[in-house]
Design a protein around this ligand. Structure first.
Ligand code: AMP
Ligand code: GLY
Length: 426
């Protein structure tokens, strides 16, 4: 394979981990990250372009002989970046077309897709303001708790889980009345499923070829013991002990193959990562949601556990044929613990100096909300640094991450001390 110039879009911990992995490939010439963060400059060249500024991206691609674009976050995919760029002068784009991105961009579309393809998921119906009364009646047929989902993207906040029937009816009215703007003009109501969740990632070439990446579990709540507000993710672990061979066989036959085949049958172009948010219901996997990109902070552990060069795999997927390429998993355990700003996921201060990062030697620091200002590394977001380690067990990897997180500091540094603990007691 000839060496290629790659443009990676995004600025979070996920993109740091992708950049770290891509930069190790012998087939990369130059790697650019748009816009990147205070850590990605160690792996490539940051470029001050927003992933949603398609005109600027197109110009940059043309001016810098970019041969492959890797899209980290969902917004440009849902807005159609694949359709805009793929195939222009042979450009490879890792991701789904706009039609495929609707698996994340519209929960109503995703649910219909699952039902059409016999993919196990919670029973559901969709409603609009015109059918509010029917929605209230449907709620009466379900048992508590009630799950209400805004159809469109809502920055991870569009799902409400409510114990009380009257409260659920009230919130349904508010969602349909514009609680999440046009994202909640349609609301999916579904049955509540109970079980442990995990994240399965698949790289597909859109022509029936796919590879399964290491499985991960993320920790969404701000507080220890999974309490408090939802965040973008406070930590992650891979592998996940309950996602054993038997469970993964079910995931492959009942979910992955029908998903890949369903996309193909529908004529939907999809050459990139599929994120299956799964729940283990008594040993049977069911789909909670699809995302059309890698997870954050799951990518921070998944990349540590991919032994193969990811660049030829992504390029082959984007060309539409994974062929015989192998995606090998590292058998070790990876964990990541997110250092966040005090106040997150509510309001928090930015611009706090981060000191001591060069003291860390036994973990990889994937920067998320950091930037370099006046020559200093400072915080610029709620999730600041994903402290990621490999070890022989969850306990061993956690010890490394927790030692490392004590070696750097910023005013208001917070983190969960119980990442992975639920999995150690299984
Ligand atoms: P989503 O944005 O679809 O991932 O939903 C956010 C979170 O809500 C999920 O990660 C689950 O923890 C929870 N959730 C969503 N749908 C259900 C469901 N049908 N049953 C139980 N929990 C759910
Ligand atoms: N960690 C969940 C997500 O990336 O959506």
């Amino acid at each position: 394979m000839d060496k290629m110039n790659i443009l990676l879009l995004g600025s979070g911990g996920r993109e740091s981990a992708l950049a770290w992995k891509i930069a190790q490939s012998p087939v990369v010439n130059r790697l650019f990250i748009a816009p990147g963060n205070g850590g990605t400059g160690a792996y490539g060249e940051n470029v001050a372009i927003s992933p949603l500024d398609f005109d600027a991206i197109e110009k940059f691609v043309d001016g810098n002989d970019i041969e492959m674009v890797v899209v980290g976050n969902e917004d440009p995919l849902v807005e159609g970046i694949y359709d805009r760029l793929a195939g222009r002068n042979g450009l490879l784009v890792v991701g789904p077309s706009k039609a495929g991105a609707a698996l994340e961009g519209s929960k109503d579309f995703a649910k219909k897709f699952m039902v059409d393809n016999n993919i196990p998921t919670a029973r559901y119906r969709s409603f609009t303001a015109a059918t509010l009364a029917e929605g209230e009646k449907f709620l009466e047929t379900l048992n508590a708790p009630y799950v209400l989902k805004a159809d469109g993207l809502a920055a991870g906040k569009g799902v409400l889980i409510i114990d009380d029937l009257d409260e659920a009816k009230k919130q349904l009215g508010e969602m349909l009345g514009g609680m999440f703007g046009k994202s909640s003009a349609t609301v999916v109501i579904e049955e509540f499923l109970s079980g442990i969740e995990c994240s399965v990632f698949v790289l597909t070439d859109g022509n029936g070829g796919y590879r399964i990446l290491p499985v991960a579990k993320d920790y969404k709540r701000i507080g220890e013991g999974d309490t408090g507000l939802n965040t973008g993710g406070m930590g992650a672990v891979s592998p996940v002990p309950f996602a054993d061979e038997e469970f993964m066989k079910k995931v492959e036959s009942r979910i992955i193959i029908p998903t890949v085949e369903g996309l193909r049958k529908a004529g939907i172009t999809y050459r990139g990562f599929i994120f299956l948010g799964l729940i283990n219901v008594g040993g049977d996997p069911m789909v909670i949601e699809y995302n059309v990109r890698m997870g954050d902070p799951e990518t921070e552990v998944v990349m540590l556990r991919i032994a193969s060069d990811l660049v030829p795999l992504m390029a082959a997927a984007a060309k539409g044929d994974l062929g015989e390429l192998v995606l090998e998993h590292n058998p070790k355990t990876a964990v990541t613990v997110m250092a966040v700003s005090d106040g997150y996921p509510g309001s928090y201060l930015k611009g706090k100096e981060i000191t001591g990062v060069s003291n860390v030697t036994e973990s990889t620091l994937f920067h998320a909300g950091t930037k370099v200002a006046d020559g200093k590394l400072v915080t610029s977001g709620g999730r600041v640094i994903a402290v990621s380690s490999l070890g022989d067990s969850i306990a061993d990897a956690l010890e490394r991450s927790y030692r490392s997180i004590g070696l750097f500091d910023f005013d208001g540094k917070r983190y969960r001390r119980d990442i992975g603990r639920d999995l150690m007691n299984l």
